[in-house]
Design a protein around this ligand. Structure first.
Ligand code: KG4
Ligand code: ZN
Length: 358
């Protein structure tokens, strides 16, 4: 089965062609980083306009690189949420038009579910149950994937996403956007024990993540120590390197200790770590070490599949199409779409056992 995937939920316009849900035939990503970096974050209006300009050439390029004709496609999978509404609508409208014109089924994919599928291309098949830690600029979620399509939300962030925390601390240090790779580079020469930040914990003893207090602690440290990021030669100072390393280490510890806690409770057979922050080597090492202690496999996507891409959307969509799921042309974009079923028993913030509705 050949599936065309389309992704436009944030600041990447992407299209990919995937065979049988696991073989990456082509993947094209047009990133808008250059457009947004001078603003220090994504500007929604600019994002939608750029998606509009890029969607046709990106999809054409995906077909050209795959050397596949449009009629050979068996279905179209598109991100229907969560994300920026104007951005989502560009990909969704295009996908609807394409599916209708070709007379092929269309399926909507939850972007976060897409990230979970980003590991299928470069790893052995996932063994279930799996624990999936999805860490990006917009999301920080820990799921138990009982079997394909059956998710239980174990923990989520109460405020900032992990990637967002990296981006904000980078901005405070005057490093630039996106912050994750810049903080990581600085951290490699820093001492992670130099600044003692507390691992964030919720006051109600839940194991949810929280990163906004940490951001405030970094701000306070910067003010109190009058930290300068660059010396007169424009080189990063040791104090900045130490701060970056200490911050990174506490974020990684928070993510990995929580994942490990739930792994002990649910005994998964695989640990999946995906999303933009999964590019971080220190996180990979710590998650890999935790998986080794638990005697399970840890799967990570490589960098081009960690950040937003359409291959993961095509892979997740293939499972749905194979199960007979078809969306109608009235499928709508949902900016705050949750990985939930209508029948889910949930608490206020959406925790609970959830069966994704195909
Ligand atoms: O998955 P993604 O491309 O977009 C969203 O769906 O949000 O993730 C982007 C996020 C940004 O916040 C970026 O700073 C972070 O991933 N990121 C990293 C690294 N590379 C990207 N965070 C930490 N370390 C990295 N090496
Ligand atoms: Zn994403």
């Amino acid at each position: 089965m050949l599936v065309l995937g389309i992704e436009s939920s944030c600041d990447e316009t992407a299209a990919a062609i995937v065979r049988d849900g696991r073989e990456l035939v082509s993947s094209v990503i047009s990133s808008q980083t250059k457009t947004h970096e001078r603003f220090g974050g994504v500007v929604p209006e600019l994002a939608s306009r750029e998606h509009l300009e890029k969607i046709v050439p990106v999809v054409e390029e995906a077909f050209a690189r795959a050397e596949v004709g449009k009629q050979e496609i068996d279905g179209v999978a598109v991100t229907s949420g969560p994300g920026l509404i104007g951005s989502l609508l560009v990909g969704l409208s295009f996908a609807k038009g394409m599916a209708y014109a070709l007379g092929r089924p269309l399926v909507g994919v939850n972007h976060i579910e897409g990230h979970i599928y980003s590991v299928v291309f470069e790893n052995p098949p996932v063994e279930y149950p799996a624990l999936a830690l999805i860490v990006s600029g917009g999301h920080t979620n820990l799921f138990l994937v009982e079997e394909p399509g059956v998710y239980r939300t174990l923990a989520r962030t109460r405020d900032d996403a992990a990637g967002e925390a990296f981006d904000k601390v980078s901005k405070m240090l005057g490093l630039g956007y996106p912050g994750g790779p810049l903080i990581e580079r600085l951290a490699t020469e820093g001492d992670a024990r130099a600044v003692r930040f507390k691992v964030p914990r919720m006051s109600d003893r839940s194991l949810d993540f929280s990163f906004s207090g940490l951001k405030t602690a970094v701000m306070k440290h910067l003010r109190e120590t009058e930290l300068v990021t660059f010396d007169e030669e424009g080189e990063p100072t040791q104090a900045a390197k130490n701060l970056a390393a200490s911050f990174q280490s506490v974020v990684v510890r928070s993510l990995v200790t929580t994942a490990e806690h739930f792994a002990v409770e649910y005994e998964p057979r695989t640990l999946i770590v995906a999303g933009g922050v999964a590019c971080n080597k220190s996180l990979r090492e710590a998650a890999g070490a935790a998986a080794a202690r638990l005697n399970i496999n840890a799967y990570f996507p490589s960098a081009h599949l960690s950040t937003d891409n359409a291959a993961m959307i095509a892979a997740a969509g293939t499972v749905k199409l194979q199960a007979g799921a078809h969306a109608n042309l009235d499928l709508n974009a949902d900016a705050s779409l949750r990985l939930l079923d209508v029948n889910a028993e949930q608490d206020k913030i959406g925790r609970g056992k959830v069966h994704y509705r195909l």
